[in-house]
Design a protein around this ligand. Structure first.
Ligand SMILES: Nc1ncnc2c1ncn2[C@@H]1O[C@H](COP(=O)(O)OP(=O)(O)OP(=O)(O)O)[C@@H](O)[C@H]1O
Ligand SMILES: [Mg+2]
Length: 257
């Protein structure tokens, strides 16, 4: 479980970016985090992934405080992060070299086996000896996901992983997430594409650094007005349902999600 309590954060020379965040994420859950630009999503992603440390409040990953320096390796093995731009996450020119680097750093054995298994999970196994610069952005993103999977963390944070990809690339990443859900991974999925919330069980909405709404994805209809009031786009399927309803056709949202 990820347990965030009374978390506050501000950058060195800035204003408060996250304020009094209290959030529990259970094992096996897929949670979307939505919110306008600058609402604090990426800052929260870095804090949960133990890249940044809380100023006040605590983040516990399976009971381990992310600030606990002595258990840093344990934390790194337990939680991984995928960023928006895979170009910033791939360091080496070769897929295999890039993947082995992270495993070496964490002193993980069975490296070859893990690399092959992870590449298979993202359907990139034939690319093991390819040069990374030959890959499309979508393929690069799959490699960064494989890199995280090779470590076998329980928790994965994804910060707008599809934002830079074309529709096909986006769909491939979503498919991978659905597979990971079946395998019991816990995923914190940050997105600014409202339709993507349907891959998650629960939605957390941030505004100006605060959690202003939490709802189960299946209860989206009861929360549409709230999204509208906060100038967040509504999912296309809900838009379509509303149009059909005006024409006397009632469709159950559960048929879509
Ligand atoms: N390194 C930094 N130094 C100072 N301020 C920062 C830094 N990174 C982000 N901020 C500020 O913190 C606030 C939250 O930024 P953050 O990147 O977490 O938002 P976000 O919700 O991820 O936005 P986006 O949708 O654009 O990705 C913004 O006001 C931003 O300007
Ligand atoms: Mg961001």
């Amino acid at each position: 479980m990820i347990d965030i309590s009374n978390l506050n954060y501000k950058y060195k020379h800035g204003q408060t970016v996250l304020e009094d965040i209290n959030l529990r994420i259970n094992q096996g859950e897929i949670v979307s985090i939505i919110g306008k630009n600058g609402s604090g999503k990426s800052t929260l992603a870095r804090l949960i992934s133990a890249i940044t440390m809380p100023e006040t409040g605590t983040i516990l990953i399976d009971g381990i405080d992310t600030r606990d320096q002595e258990r840093f390796i344990e934390i790194r093995k337990n939680i991984g992060i995928v960023f928006q731009n895979p170009e910033n996450q791939i360091i080496f020119n070769n897929v295999h070299d890039d993947m082995i680097f992270a495993l070496d750093n964490l002193g993980i054995e069975n490296q070859e086996e893990r690399i092959q298994e992870a590449l298979k999970q993202v359907q990139m196994e034939e690319y093991i000896n390819h040069d990374t610069y030959e890959l499309s952005l979508g393929q690069k993103q799959r490699i960064t996901i494989a890199g995280v999977l090779s470590i076998k963390p329980k928790y994965i944070v994804m910060d707008e992983p599809t934002a830079m990809l074309d529709p096909e690339g986006k769909e491939e990443i979503r498919k991978i997430i659905k597979e990971l859900k079946k395998l019991g991974y816990t995923i914190i999925y940050i997105t600014n594409i409202i339709d993507e919330i349907f891959i998650s069980d629960r939605v957390i909405m941030l505004e100006k650094g605060k959690i202003i709404k939490e709802f189960k994805t299946k209860d989206i209809l009861e929360n549409i007005q709230f999204l509208k009031d906060h100038k967040i786009a509504i999912p296309k399927v809900v838009e379509l349902m509303e149009k059909l309803k005006k024409n006397g056709i009632n469709i159950d949202i559960n048929d879509f999600i």
